[in-house]
Design a protein around this ligand. Sequence first.
Ligand SMILES: Nc1ncnc2c1ncn2[C@@H]1O[C@H](COP(=O)(O)OP(=O)(O)O)[C@@H](O)[C@H]1O
Ligand code: SF4
Ligand SMILES: [Mg+2]
Length: 341
Amino acid sequence: MSEAGSPQPEKRFSGARASLLEVQDLAVHFPVGAAGWGQPKQMLRAVDGVSLHVEAGETLGIVGESGCGKTTLGRAILRLLTPTAGTIYFDGRDVTRATGAELAPMRRALQAIFQDPFGSLNPRLRVRDIVGEPLVNLGWPRARIEARLVEVMRIVGLPPEYATRYPHAFSGGQRQRIGIARALAPAPRLIVCDEAVSALDVSIQAQILNLLKDVQAEFGVAYLFVSHNLAVVRHLSHRVAVMYLGRIVELSDEAGLFATPLHPYTAALIAAVPEPDPTKTPGPPALEGDLPSPMAPPSGCTFRTRCPIAQARCTVDAPALAQYAPGRFARCHFPGTYRPL
Ligand SMILES: Nc1ncnc2c1ncn2[C@@H]1O[C@H](COP(=O)(O)OP(=O)(O)O)[C@@H](O)[C@H]1O
Ligand code: SF4
Ligand SMILES: [Mg+2]
């Protein structure tokens, strides 16, 4: 067994061999409400010691229930907030606390697509200005921006004449295509997709997921694909990290994770995915019980209050994220033993 979070110094300091993204022991704690007069503020551990890496051209899925810390993790990686602890390496450089000009190369190479295609596009700007904005910020000349605009509109399957229209003229799926065009404009190496298809109808979801797949095949862009929806994550991911209360509880290649989940939480999530074939028996109901508060997580294994196979040991002994097979990590004392009907 080995800790998944153990550093890989030989990779970290050699630009040629480094992962595109490497995150080590990342923590984001939010101070919330004062406990009382003279008392220190309570800390909400939204992300609590996450280590992962993303290779060029691959998709790492991040899945878990609402409130488990996925968005906070993505925002920390995008450097939209500064982590409480831990380190973020992008293309071999430590960018954890980089500011201003130091962040410029990463700002171009790391882009984002968010959930709400309605809220994330400025309604007062034409599509051409929305998509061109990152390029203007990079100081590209007008003619080069125009050429790139035509190119990315083609890539996302929108007619170039749509560039003069305003966002309100488009459907949800088309707006998400505009969001993808904007993310692709500066030719990024990694895109953080946070619930990128969650607001769309199921049929449109499939179109957008296929577009993201095609873009990856053509341009080799990597995705950190964040969603509460396991089926959606599966569609795109090469590897999947399952989060619970701010931590990774399982990290595996896609095929292994779905065939033989190691963590009971993963097994329960898989069993709860709706069965597309109506002639088959539906799986067990979704996980019972609420997610405990991240301000007061349970002792020992934080999943124990909902775990169908918890033992006395789980109350006192917190499991580490350990490797059980090549590329397969889990945070459980009894990995691979829970199999829902
Ligand atoms: N700015 C903030 N201040 C305080 N708590 C926050 C803040 N942002 C997120 N949280 C809390 O952090 C936890 C994780 O939230 P989030 O990262 O949005 O989870 P997810 O994206 O998995 O739904 C939640 O308990 C949420 O309420
Ligand atoms: S360590 Fe115990 S409580 Fe935690 S997931 Fe494993 S069996 Fe369940
Ligand atoms: Mg979220």
